[in-house]
Design a protein around this ligand. Structure first.
Ligand code: COA
Length: 353
């Protein structure tokens, strides 16, 4: 029988510094009401001075390893678009800090779809026999990319990390990943970008303009693409997994915005209660959003062993992707933050239509 990649551990971590809507309203021309009504976000966590994506990844990775009951893996795949440095990748240092030895370690950059791409990459290593276990992490400190005076991006993003341990197993057991679907459309790459800092700008020999060093997003166009692409990738993965979308107990989509989750549910003609929503206390945490939502959902009981769960991401590139699994019985991951209690996602028990 084919080897499958099976989720064996889960962990997440968000930095302790809470940034509320009220705090942002004190600094920018915005209001708590605008932010809540447009995004569903009431607060987010941001890294403090000197903290990095690698720090978030290490804490999330440590918790996932503890949940899996293991001290070692054969590879580390880190999804991030805010690496500690432009070069080298952040994953090797994360692996070293976790004491994992000379294992394969590399970054995957697919912005908010990064975790799904990284799951696919980790599952590929396992199915090839190149690894028996892989630590897959999604971590971003996106607050470090936001212009201090840009109200349109500053209110949306939070920082965090989330991780799973994949191990080799059977396609028929709970936790086995199935139905992976990935896609991209590079013709729309400038809808979400940091224009400067890469080879295209550096090869000019001119210093970057300050405004080009910050993250930019064309919000309305991104919104429309996010709804369309996530609904389609959900359908693709459900078909590949042999499930009807209506059979899925919990959809864990990229946590961009409550209105996007509601619009995807409407497009799929499914009850919005089945779409796990952990946005209010997290914001959009980019590559960390799906594993953080998984950890929040597992902690609150919204995700239960035996549930059919479908993960779907969408982000810059543009990129999108999804994967399905039957939720396994996991050791409870340690709390996802050192400062406050783990936030509880607002999700009603799954209901059939
Ligand atoms: N507070 C108050 N007003 C704000 C604001 C803020 N934080 N940010 C933007 N605005 C203003 C805009 O300047 C604009 O003003 P104008 O009409 O005078 O020009 C107005 O609000 C409407 O802006 P618009 O961009 O049309 O708002 P929107 O309803 O589309 O909501 C987003 C903006 C960003 C919340 C929405 O487009 C969105 O969610 N997009 C998807 C973003 C996302 O999730 N990206 C990640 C995907 S990976």
């Amino acid at each position: 029988m084919a080897r499958a990649a099976v989720v064996a551990g889960l962990g997440a971590w968000a930095p302790p510094t809470v940034v509320t809507n009220e705090q942002l309203a004190g600094e920018l021309d915005t209001t708590d009401e605008w932010i809540r009504s447009r995004t569903g976000i009431s607060e987010r966590r941001w890294v403090g001075p000197g903290q990095s994506t690698g720090d978030l990844a290490v804490e999330a990775g440590r918790r996932a390893l503890a949940s899996a009951g293991t001290a070692g893996v054969d590879a580390v795949v880190l999804a991030t678009s805010s690496p500690d440095r432009p070069c080298p990748a952040t994953a090797p240092e994360v692996a070293a800090r976790l004491g994992l030895g000379p294992v394969a370690a590399f970054d995957v950059a697919a912005v908010c779809t990064g975790f799904v791409y990284a799951l696919g990459t980790g599952a590929g290593l396992i199915s090839l026999g190149a690894a028996d276990s892989v630590l897959v992490i999604g971590a971003d400190a996106f607050s470090t990319l936001l212009a201090p005076d840009d109200r349109s991006t500053r209110v949306i993003f939070g920082d965090g990390g989330g991780a799973v341990v994949l191990r080799a197993g059977s396609p028929t057991e709970a936790g086995a990943l199935t139905g992976l679907a990935l896609g991209s459309d590079g013709t729309l790459g400038d809808l979400i970008e940091v224009p400067a800092g890469g080879s295209r700008q550096r090869s000019t020999g001119l210093p970057a303009k300050t405004e080009d060093t910050w993250f930019t997003m064309r919000g309305q166009a991104v919104y429309a693409q996010a709804v369309r692409r996530m609904a389609q990738t959900v359908r693709d993965t459900a078909r590949r997994a042999g499930w009807a979308p209506a059979e899925v107990d919990s959809f864990v989509l990229h946590q961009a915005n409550t209105r996007i989750l509601t619009a995807v549910a409407r497009r799929l003609e499914l009850p919005p209660e089945r779409f796990l929503n952990a946005i209010a206390l997290r914001g959009n945490t980019v590559a960390a959003s799906i594993p953080l939502a998984l950890a929040d959902g597992a902690a609150s009981g919204a995700l239960r062993p035996g549930h059919k769960v479908l993960l779907a991401g969408f982000g810059g590139g543009l990129t999108w992707g999804s994967v399905a699994l039957v939720w396994p019985r996991l050791h409870r991951p340690p709390a996802s933050s050192s400062a406050t209690a783990t936030p509880r996602p607002s999700r009603a028990p799954a209901q059939r239509p």
